[in-house]
Design a protein around this ligand. Structure first.
Ligand code: UDP
Ligand code: MG
Length: 357
């Protein structure tokens, strides 16, 4: 991984060289933060040492001051201690500690709200979103794109169920949503300041971050990468949280389920009407009819099943309205460490300056 990263970096993608074609973003001369990394962390102590190493390497080679915002999403292992140590050691690291586990999407939202960079890069802590891809994203951003998302061309060693369900979900979403959400794209992306501001203005409680960025439009582009397996530790997305994310995406960006309910209702009423006409006709032409209780039971239970399904779907939307009306904050911060510090150049420069004094 480090090797590929060094190779990618030495290609000069981030070293301030302008790209051919239009280049709308010039290097900022001030000490303003140019790049903010937002990294949600939930029980990731096993992978953090490797992540910090890769980040140090990456930051040292960027063409402007950077900050790294770790959002500790209520970890119960040693993650907070490791991150705290890093924040004390190096000026550009910050730690936002949430009061409990609020979930991946809320953690990303929390990090973005504190990011000050011209470009904000969202990535997972487990190195499945490899830092070596970031230079290519930055190069695209410099060409003038507002959102550069990373598309998974292939996934290494992820279970067949995860791959199949993800494949199906993204295709299904494509059909039913009003917004064009790119398939095989997670939250790994670079976002320009103006897209960050648009994101901040979106107040919905149930966050489906990738959908929200897709909704805004602006100039968006993709880069592709092979998604490696987790560097260490286990996935924090069980079946339950995957289903929750999928529901948030579906209900938040589509009213197709509601339309389906309406059409199903119409279709079933029509069938029931036909059955009624058939029963009347049968009664008129024959007089030896035996009441068919079995078929009545079948029809009634079928219809009550459909009824429950419809009420359930409507209920899901009502639940979402309920959450919106309550207007609770998306997350609570219990501690914010390192944010008060001046923005300083990348860590390598820090260290060189320290050695000279
Ligand atoms: N994560 C989080 N809160 C959660 C679950 C996950 O902040 O409740 C973080 C996790 O630490 C990781 C990222 O979200 O940095 C993605 O999680 P994971 O790698 O477990 O998901 P997967 O890649 O398996 O879909
Ligand atoms: Mg992962």
């Amino acid at each position: 991984m480090l090797l590929t990263q060094t190779r990618a970096l030495s290609s000069g993608a981030v070293l301030g060289r302008t790209q051919p074609g239009l280049s709308t973003r010039k290097a900022s001369a001030s000490a303003q933060v140019r790049y903010s990394f937002v990294i949600p962390v939930y029980n990731e102590e096993a992978v953090l040492p490797a992540l910090l190493l890769e980040l140090d390497l990456l930051l040292a080679m960027l063409d402007g001051p950077a900050e790294v915002i770790f959002v500790d999403d209520g970890s119960r292992d040693g993650s907070a201690e490791i991150l705290n140590g890093q924040v004390q050691k190096t000026a550009c690291y910050r730690l936002l500690q949430l009061s409990r586990n609020f979930g991946h999407q809320a953690a990303i939202t929390a990090g973005i709200s504190r990011a000050r960079g011209d470009a904000v890069i969202i990535m997972d802590a487990d190195l499945q979103d490899p830092p070596c891809v970031v230079p290519d994203m930055i190069a695209k951003w410099k060409e003038g794109y507002d959102v550069v998302y990373a598309r998974r061309a292939a996934r290494q060693r992820e279970g067949i169920f995860k791959r199949a369900s993800a494949w199906l979900f993204y295709r299904f979403m494509r059909v039913v949503t009003d917004v064009e959400i790119p398939p095989d794209v997670g939250d790994f992306r670079l976002v320009d300041r103006r897209a960050v501001e648009a994101f901040e203005n979106m107040g919905e409680r149930d966050r489906f971050v990738r959908g929200m960025f897709a909704w805004m439009g602006y100039r968006q582009t993709a880069i592709t990468f092979t998604r490696p397996e987790r560097a260490a530790g286990d996935t924090k997305y069980g079946l339950g949280s995957m289903a929750r994310l999928a529901t948030d995406g579906l209900l938040g960006f589509s009213d197709a389920p509601l339309r389906m309910v309406v059409w199903l209702g119409i279709a079933i009423s029509f069938l029931a009407m036909l059955a009624g006409v058939y029963a009347v006709v049968l009664r008129l032409v024959r007089d030896d009819l035996v009441a068919g209780w079995a078929s009545i039971i079948a029809v009634v239970s079928f219809l009550s099943g459909i009824n429950m399904l419809m009420t359930g779907i409507v209920g899901l939307y009502v639940g979402r309205i309920h959450r919106e009306v309550k207007g609770r904050p998306l997350y609570l911060v219990s501690e914010a460490v390192g944010f008060e510090r001046d923005v300083r150049p990348a860590p390598l420069v820090d260290r060189l300056a320290g050695a000279g004094s």
